[in-house]
Write a protein of this length. Structure first.
Length: 198
């Protein structure tokens, strides 16, 4: 009798676990979409909107694309000592990026590492010079960060920073005889606020 009771409990436990595993499989057996914004870009007369996709059956990988623009605050312009205090006004007129992120725990939670490939157009102006100039570049950036999801609903905060390589592919970075120096190495970081739709 005692042996039958243990077998019965074991069978019931296996059935419950089977239902639990099946429910988890259904959760990861679905493509998930997230929308993210970069609030700082709005504060600097721009925008940053990103679509992220967690592919079906993927627990750790997220891919996506984004569009963004902003006026560069002087602190970012001054990171390059050749441009510091030279009267440059810089606008990232339009950027389009492809992103890939690998989460070590689960998608959109905790630590991650990834990469970005982007095409960007800049507009530059200089104090005491008429007109402006535009140039375009390609950016390849390695990045990493931490995603915090503090609530029961799927709102999250993604802190990230990256180091990238960039090169001009078209346009001009001169106004008159003044040259805006384009550093091949770029550091950048941001806070994204996101929401997973399903």
């Amino acid at each position: 009798m005692k042996k039958n009771g243990i077998v019965l409990i074991a069978i019931m436990l296996m059935m419950v676990m089977s239902n639990f595993v099946s429910a988890q499989e259904k959760e990861t057996n679905k493509t998930r979409y997230s929308i993210e914004i970069d609030p700082a870009t709005f504060a600097f007369s721009g925008y940053g909107v990103h679509l992220r996709v967690q592919p079906k059956n993927s627990e750790h990988l997220i891919v996506g694309l984004g569009a963004y623009a902003m006026d560069f605050p002087s602190v970012l312009v001054d990171l390059n000592s050749k441009n510091k205090d030279q009267g440059w006004d810089v606008r990232l007129n339009q950027g389009y990026g492809l992103f890939g992120e690998y989460y070590f725990s689960e998608a959109n939670k905790k630590w991650f590492a990834g990469a970005q490939l982007a095409f960007q157009e800049y507009k530059i102006e200089k104090d005491f010079f008429d007109g402006d100039a535009k140039y375009s570049n390609v950016l390849l950036m390695g990045l990493g960060g931490y995603t915090l999801q503090p609530f029961d609903f799927p709102l999250y905060f993604k802190f990230w920073g990256g180091l990238g390589y960039t090169g001009k592919i078209s346009g001009e970075n001169f106004i008159g005889d003044a040259e805006y120096d384009i550093s091949p190495i770029l550091m950048f970081g941001a806070l994204h606020i996101g929401y997973t739709l399903n």
